[in-house]
Design a protein around this ligand. Structure first.
Ligand SMILES: [Zn+2]
Length: 207
């Protein structure tokens, strides 16, 4: 559920994370989930099929997107877009100048314009079945537009554990890769995006 604290803004759950005030009710769990799924699907995968126009950087006009959502869910209000975006702890979306976009997770062919990472290392978790193939061929996106790398070892492990029980964590020599002209874009505090990482920049981290 999403509620709004007059002091600290939108939040998920029953009380504000900062002042514990219950705030004002906006969306129940079911609507939050429906809206979340539709926004994620549209901004990452199928803008065209629902009649939403997306520019090369992944941006969509907030008002026209809202109209599209209203056709599907009559209870929709524009404020819910702000509520969903601002209360998202993973920072999945951003709103700027009356436009909205997903920050990562795209399968549509866009070209995101984030700042280049200056972190010395980035991390990527893989299953024991995949590790040899990746060390030999490097990392490439399969269905997604970009590979999603983690900004810390801990995050990479957390993400990998969702899909595999005993992940290997690969460390990427990000400074070297960057020097060699490989683009590594910082999408959120936890995620960097790349189009490919050749094998010479990959090392297995020992636990
Ligand atoms: Zn509060």
């Amino acid at each position: 559920m999403i509620r709004k604290c007059t002091v600290h803004g939108y939040f998920r759950g029953r009380s504000c994370l900062q002042c514990k005030h219950p705030g004002r009710y906006l969306l129940d769990d079911s609507r939050e989930e429906k809206l979340g799924r539709f926004i994620s699907g549209t901004l990452r995968h199928f803008p065209e099929s629902v009649g939403v126009e997306m520019d090369k950087r992944g941006w969509v006009n907030l008002n026209s997107f809202c109209e599209v959502i209203e056709k599907r869910y009559t209870w929709m209000r524009k404020e819910y877009l702000y509520a969903l975006v601002e209360s998202d702890r993973k920072g999945r979306y951003e709103i700027r100048d009356s436009r909205i976009r997903a920050r990562y997770g795209h399968s549509v062919n866009i070209d995101l314009d984030y700042p280049e990472s200056n972190l010395p290392y980035l991390y990527y978790g893989v299953s024991p079945e995949e590790i040899d193939v990746l060390l030999e061929n490097g990392i490439f996106p399969i269905k997604q537009r970009y590979i999603h790398l983690s900004t810390s070892y801990e995050k990479a492990k957390e993400v990998a554990l969702i899909h595999t029980e005993n992940p290997f964590i690969l460390q990427i020599d990000a400074l070297k890769a960057h020097e060699d002209g490989i683009s590594l874009k910082i999408a959120t505090d936890y995620i960097a995006l790349a189009e490919k990482i050749p094998p010479e920049y990959l090392f297995v981290v020992d636990d």
